[in-house]
Design a protein around this ligand. Structure first.
Ligand code: AHR
Length: 504
């Protein structure tokens, strides 16, 4: 039997709520249709934002939302998206499908969306094709509370009060779509651009995010950090608060990434093995960061992650619209458990992307909206946000898989909330077998009872559709028994389980 051992006395750090963050880009039907339908739409909305989408997102407690890209960010000129909508510039979204971008969703609309969601803001600036002045003036426009040309422009556009920018990304994927730069060149540009990302007023300073590596490009991390830290006086504040990391799971690695819905058992394990690779990436990039920042003050910001498949047949290839199955739920579950376990270094993560693009939590079609299996994982895991990671370990876990693709049967993470309630999240990766797990505690004198038990499970390809939106849903679960100070659970195949354990 597998044993999960929890030491409630050993707190290993706070899980930043922002680990459960999201990403929204001007790509396909993410912003337009997915989030923003405009004030005059027959689809119920508040100031243009779809009410159904905002309500669903509030239920998963979205802590932070990154915008406007992605690759789009390094082509975005923020002045195109302010002022009267009828006068806003119409342009071609060259990266994503060559469609017309009418800029009706811009800076003001983004902050309105974050207000409705009650989340932090993460604005990504343009280094690839933008100037230092443009970036600097955007910060002034958004955050300056006084007399200045940009504050006046903002007020003229109907917003007197400044907004709060919590995070600012200095470029995106500057090794690729953001300018095809070499790491030392980007490192120098980062030093220069970030200088003008000013902090205005008395608000908490903005956290500056430096553009980090693609997947296992350790050279990028090393050279960028070397460049950014060069000449820094001991004890001085570094020029960055976070370094980004992007990692997507491509189940196939070929030109075709594979179907989101039509896959076999081998591909199930291949996908999950690739999702688990996130652990090695964080460990190895983290080791390079440790050299410059041994106290771990600079966060690793995994601001793009998720599964990437071929687009759904018949949809625009540039829109990256894909379905979402139990496989995606398990990929999300294992990844979020990895982030929790690395909460000393990972301070934010943003799944790509929030609605209708890649591994989305919500899909829309006209006035209809469905929740994907990935949505329910974020819902079950929401209790980890801001909680304390506890020391925990699994024993007796075997490997399971097909051919060369092997994964551990079960992964887990455990946290303790301010109310003393523990949240245990377990992923059972076997596509076919059930498995028992016995949970026990290092401190015998402390007892816990199951307060709530929830599960998401089904056949590996199961998913929700607009005609059958409730095929895969999180539900109450009672496949456990409590004995003395032990809890025994029986995990069905392909399952994500969340237990809330209250002290008694
Ligand atoms: O999320 C889709 C794209 O993937 C983003 O625009 C880019 O940053 C990454 O390559």
């Amino acid at each position: 039997m597998i044993k999960l051992w929890i030491d409630t006395g050993k707190e290993k750090g706070r899980i930043a709520p922002e680990i459960y963050g999201h990403f929204s880009e001007h790509l396909g039907r993410c912003i337009y249709e997915g989030i923003y339908v405009g004030e005059d739409s027959p689809i119920p909305n508040e100031n243009g934002m779809r009410t159904d989408v905002v309500e669903a997102l509030k239920e998963i407690k979205v802590p932070v939302l990154r915008w406007p890209g992605g690759c789009f960010a390094d082509e975005y000129h923020w002045r195109d998206g302010i002022g009267p909508k009828e006068k806003r510039k119409k342009m071609v979204n060259t990266h994503w499908g060559g469609v017309v971008e009418d800029n009706s969703f811009g800076t003001h609309e983004y902050f309105e969306l974050c207000r409705q969601l009650g989340c932090k803001t993460y604005v990504n600036g343009n280094v690839g094709s933008g100037t230092v002045q443009e970036m600097s003036e955007w910060m002034e426009y958004m955050t300056f509370d006084g007399v200045s040309p940009m504050a006046e422009l903002r007020a003229g556009n109907g917003r007197k009060e400044p907004w709060k920018v919590d995070y600012f990304g200095v470029g995106n994927e500057n090794w690729g779509c953001g300018g095809n730069m070499r790491p030392s060149y980007y490192g120098d540009l980062y030093r220069r651009y970030q200088t003008y990302v000013r902090n205005y007023g008395t608000q908490e300073p903005v956290s500056k995010i430096c553009g980090g590596p693609n997947a296992d490009d350790y050279t990028w991390t090393k050279v960028v950090l070397e460049t950014v830290y060069e000449g820094m006086q001991p004890g001085a504040k570094p020029m960055l608060d976070g370094l980004s990391l992007h990692y997507y799971v491509f189940p196939d690695n070929s030109d075709k990434k594979g179907s989101a819905l039509d896959f076999d058992e081998e591909t199930w394990y291949r996908t999950l093995e690739k999702a688990l690779y996130m652990d090695e990436l964080i460990t190895r990039h983290g080791a390079i960061m440790d050299k410059y920042d041994p106290e771990k003050k600079v966060g690793m910001i995994v601001d793009e992650w998720g599964c990437w498949y071929d687009v759904e047949p018949g949809t625009n290839p540039g829109f990256l619209y894909q379905q979402n199955t139990l496989r995606d739920a398990l990929a999300a579950g294992v990844t979020l458990n990895i982030f929790n376990k690395h909460c000393d270094r990972v301070k934010m993560a943003n799944i790509a992307q929030i609605v209708n693009v890649l591994q989305a939590v919500l899909l829309t079609e006209g006035p209809s909206m469905i929740k994907t299996p990935t949505y329910y994982v974020f819902h079950m895991y929401r209790h980890h946000q801001g909680a304390l990671l506890l020391d925990s370990a699994l024993t007796g876990v075997r490997k399971t898989g097909v051919g060369e693709w092997e994964v551990p049967e079960v992964t887990e993470s455990v946290s303790k909330g301010a109310d003393g309630v523990l949240t245990v999240t377990l992923n059972h990766l076997s596509a076919t077998e059930s498995r028992q797990v016995e949970i026990s505690f290092a401190e015998d004198e402390k007892h816990f009872r199951v307060d709530e038990a929830r599960i998401l499970t089904g056949e590996m390809r199961e998913h929700n559709t607009f005609s059958e939106p409730g095929c895969v849903e999180e539900r109450d679960w009672n496949e456990y028994c409590e004995e003395e100070n032990k809890i025994r659970v029986t995990l069905p195949p392909c399952s994500v389980v969340m237990l809330r354990l209250a002290p008694c």
